[in-house]
Every structure is written in C-alpha cells, then in structure tokens.
Design a protein around this ligand. Structure first.
Ligand SMILES: Nc1nc2c(c(=O)[nH]1)N[C@H]1C(S)=C(S)[C@@H](COP(=O)(O)O)O[C@H]1N2
Ligand SMILES: [Mo]
Length: 218
C-alpha cells in the first residue's frame, strides 16, 4: 500500500498506456493454429485479381499527397518526400477478399500504421479511422483495427512499386480484415470519435469484416 503513484499525465505515459491497451486487444486476433491459415469459405489463388469501382486514378508521385487529419496532436499532409522520410518497414501477409479468394505471402514495403500513429499522435477521444481514396472510395476501421501490428501504408509489393491497378502509388494493407478495408489510391486518413460507414459498409457489407468469423455481410 503506497501513497505514491507515478505521474500518469505525461504524453509518453499516455502514449504507452494507449499502446498497451491496443496490444492487449490484438494479441488473440493475430495468433491462430497453423492448420487454419485459410479462413472459412475462402479458396487459394496464385494470381492477384483486380477489384475496384472501375475508376483508376493515376496520381504521379510528384503531385501525390496523403492528408492525415482529424483529432490529432500533429495533423500532417505528406508529399512523397515526407512519406518516404518516415520509418520504412517490410511486412509479409495474406490477402483475404470477401469474394472468396485468398492470396498468401504478399511482401509489402511502406510505413506501418504504428509509425504513422507515432507521428500524428491521436487524441484519446479517437475511436475510429476513416479512409478516403482518389477514386472517391471510402472505408472505415476502428482505431484498434487500424493499429494492427501487421497494417501498413504500402508503396511496394514484391519489391516493386504497387501497380496502379492495385492501388499505387500508395494503398493501405490491413491483412487481418477482408480486403475491401484495404483502401487503394489512399488520399486521406481521418481520425474521429464517431464511426462513419464507408462505400461498401453502407451497401450491405459488414462494418468490421473479420474473415475468421466470416463477417462478410451485415
Ligand atoms: N480506392 C479503392 N480501394 C479499394 C476498392 C476500390 O474500389 N477503391 N475496392 C476494395 C475491394 S472491394 C477489394 S477486394 C480490394 C481489391 O484490391 P486489388 O484490386 O488490389 O485486389 O480493394 C479494396 N480497396
Ligand atoms: Mo472486394
């Protein structure tokens, strides 16, 4: 029994507490038995199908921008140079599309959402993340899902720039959810208190999209 409690109001403590909370939430989600790598109802493909709204925005790196806005300590608007100046990480993950194909072992390069969150420092009130793309597509994630240790704002696939048909120059990859949550041609990330269902979510897709529990449709 001590009267002494360490100061808990510093920025560092707040950040660390937040990460501890998020990590605890995520641990069970990313570990699963080895024999269940393919989620229920999925089949494996070797190719990489292209799925989108049919508009392919072509945004050269020279004019590309990523706005990171909302309830943040440090909102930012990255041009290509600023984005590439962030810590660069490699991730390997599986893709699970709600249309029932899965593709194993995709190699990504980019900025992890962890590092992005470090850079912008969301306020404690942030609960949801809204993504907007250059084709007008939108999708929504909880902060916990966005902050998955496997999630990455990616510019390269298999060591090469992501092809424009697959969302280049920059797309989000959130591998633990169905692929419609992985916004191609990423333009804006907004951190908010309240959820705001995106393009597919208002059209009958599940609000979260966990492939392991088949959260396909609402
Ligand atoms: N900007 C944007 N992102 C998007 C989409 C889209 O239409 N526009 N479609 C989503 C859907 S439904 C899927 S399955 C994947 C497909 O990505 P791929 O074409 O690289 O396989 O992108 C997701 N991200
Ligand atoms: Mo999809």
């Amino acid at each position: 029994m001590s009267d002494q409690t360490p100061p808990d109001d510093s920025k560092l403590t707040k950040t660390k507490s937040r990460w501890a909370e998020l990590g605890k939430f995520l641990t069970g989600m990313v570990s699963r038995p080895e024999d269940s790598r393919l989620p229920p109802g999925q089949h494996l493909v070797k190719n990489w199908p292209i799925l989108d709204l049919g508009q392919t925005p072509r945004v050269p790196k020279e004019v590309w921008r990523l706005d990171i806005a909302g309830l943040l300590e440090k909102p930012q608007s990255w041009d290509w140079k600023a984005y590439m100046a962030q810590p660069q990480t490699k991730k390997i993950s599986d893709i699970h599309c709600v249309t029932s194909w899965s593709r194993y072992d995709n190699h990504w390069d980019g900025v992890t959402t962890h590092d992005l969150l470090e850079a912008v420092q969301p306020h404690d009130s942030v609960k949801h993340v809204l993504l907007t793309s250059n084709d007008g597509y939108t999708t929504n994630l909880t902060l916990e899902d966005f902050a998955s240790p496997e999630a990455i704002v990616a510019h390269s696939w298999e060591g090469e720039p992501i092809p424009v048909d697959h969302g280049g120059p920059v797309r989000l990859i959130v591998p633990h959810l169905y692929f419609w949550k992985s916004a191609k041609w990423l333009r804006r990330i907004e951190f908010v208190e309240r959820d705001h269902p995106g393009f597919w979510e208002v059209r009958g897709y599940h609000n979260r999209g966990d492939p392991w529990t088949e959260e396909r449709y609402s």
